[in-house]
Write a protein that binds this ligand. Structure first.
Ligand SMILES: Nc1ncnc2c1ncn2[C@@H]1O[C@H](COP(=O)(O)OP(=O)(O)O)[C@@H](O)[C@H]1O
Ligand SMILES: [Mg+2]
Length: 309
C-alpha cells in the first residue's frame, strides 16, 4: 500500500534520507522510530507529495506520488507534527471548513463530520471553540480532519508527543479502529514506548537510514535472547532461595529483592517448571512466577547496542 523505492533526499550538501527501500502492506500500523533529525518528517512529507525526493520513487495506493500528487493525496490523510489549528473556530466549523476544502460532496458532509467526530470521541465538544480544547482533544480533532475524506493511507507525524498516558491510549484505540476499517497507517515517533503494543511492524531509523524493519512479532521472536523469569515468594530467606537456584545451575540472577528474584536462562518450560518444583520442595512458598514478555523495546535496545544507530 505504501512503497519506497531507493528514495534519497538531499538538502543542499546534506543528505537527510538515503537508500530508503520499504514496502508496507495494506492494514499495517507501521511505526517509524528514530531520534530527532533521523529523517522521519522528511520521509512522511515525501510520501504525502509535499517534498520532492532527490532520487527514487514513492507509490501510495498504487499511485506514483511524484507523478500524480493530487490523485495520491485523495488516498492520503496527513497529520503534521506541527499544530495548525484554528483556535477561534468551533470543532464542527473546523471540520466543515476542511470538508469543503477537500471538495467533498455537500450532501454527505454533515453525515461524515458526525461520523468522524464519533470515531475520535469528540461528540460532547462539537460546538466548543478549539481554543478551549485540551492537547489530547486537539490531537483527536486533527486526526478527525485527516480522515474526513476516507483516505486509505494515514501518515501521522509524532502524533503522541505531548499527550498524557490516557490521551495516548485513546489515540491507540482510535488508530486500531481505523486499522480494522482497512486503513494502512504509518506513524512516527522518537519515543519508542509510544509505539509499543500499537504497531504491527516497525522500522528503526538511524541518521537518514532505515537500519532495520519488519513485523514486530518476527523481530521479537528473532531476538533469541535469554528468558527473564521473575519469581516471588514469602516466608523464606533470600540467601536460601539463591542457594537453591545456584545448586540447580542458575547463577545469572538479577532484580534481587526481599521476596523476589529474576532468573536469566535459556531453559525450556520443563526446566522452568523443575526449578519451581525444587523451590517448593525446599520449603519456599512461591507466590508467583512470571515471564517478562519481549517487546519492541528489546528489539530497539539490541539494534542500538550494536552501534548501528
Ligand atoms: N527544508 C530543509 N532544509 C534543510 N535541512 C532540512 C530540511 N528539512 C529537514 N532538514 C534536515 O534533515 C534532517 C532530517 O530532518 P527530519 O526529517 O525533520 O527528521 P526527524 O523528523 O526524524 O526529526 C535534519 O538534520 C534536518 O535538519
Ligand atoms: Mg520530525
Amino acid at each position: 500500500m505504501i512503497r519506497f523505492e531507493s528514495v534519497r533526499k538531499e538538502f543542499g550538501k546534506f543528505t537527510a534520507v538515503e537508500g530508503l527501500t520499504l514496502e508496507i502492506p495494506q492494514g499495517e500500523i507501521f511505526g517509524l522510530i528514530g531520534p530527532n533529525g533521523a529523517g522521519k518528517t522528511t520521509i512522511i512529507k515525501m510520501a504525502c507529495g509535499l517534498v520532492a525526493p532527490t532520487r527514487g520513487r514513492i507509490v501510495v495506493a498504487d499511485v506514483d506520488v511524484q507523478q500524480m500528487p493530487e490523485i495520491a493525496q485523495q488516498h492520503i490523510g496527513y497529520l503534521s507534527d506541527i499544530y495548525a489549528l484554528y483556535d477561534d473556530l468551533r470543532v464542527w466549523e473546523y471540520l466543515d471548513y476542511f470538508a469543503n476544502a477537500y471538495r467533498m460532496r455537500t450532501v454527505e458532509i454533515a453525515a461524515r463530520i458526525r461520523e468522524v467526530i464519533g470515531i475520535v470521541g469528540l461528540e460532547a465538544k462539537e460546538q466548543e471553540l478549539i481554543h478551549g480544547l485540551s492537547r489530547g482533544m486537539k490531537q483527536r480533532l486533527g486526526l478527525a480532519r485527516s480522515i474526513l475524506h476516507r483516505p486509505k493511507v494515514l501518515f501521522l507525524d509524532e502524533p503522541a508527543s505531548g499527550l498524557d498516558p490516557k490521551a495516548r491510549m485513546t489515540l491507540r484505540d482510535i488508530l486500531q479502529t481505523l486499522q480494522r476499517q482497512g486503513a494502512t497507517i504509518l506513524i512516527s515517533s522518537h519515543i519508542l514506548a509510544e509505539l509499543d503494543g500499537l504497531c504491527t511492524s516497525i522500522g528503526i531509523m538511524g541518521q537518514g537510514k532505515l537500519v532495520k524493519s519488519g513485523l514486530v512479532a518476527a523481530m521479537v521472536k528473532g531476538l533469541d535472547t535469554e528468558r527473564l523469569i521473575q519469581i516471588r515468594w514469602i516466608d523464606a530467606e533470600r540467601d536460601h532461595v539463591i542457594a537453591v537456584l545456584n545448586r540447580l545451575g542458575y547463577s545469572r540472577l538479577s532484580n534481587i529483592g526481599e521476596g523476589e528474584v529474576q532468573l536469566q536462562c535459556h531453559g525450556t518450560d520443563d526446566e522452568v517448571s523443575a526449578v519451581l518444583r525444587t523451590l517448593v520442595e525446599q520449603g519456599v512458598k512461591v507466590v508467583s512466577v512470571s515471564e517478562h514478555q519481549r517487546t519492541v523495546q528489546d528489539v530497539y535496545m539490541k539494534v542500538s547496542r550494536h552501534g548501528v544507530m
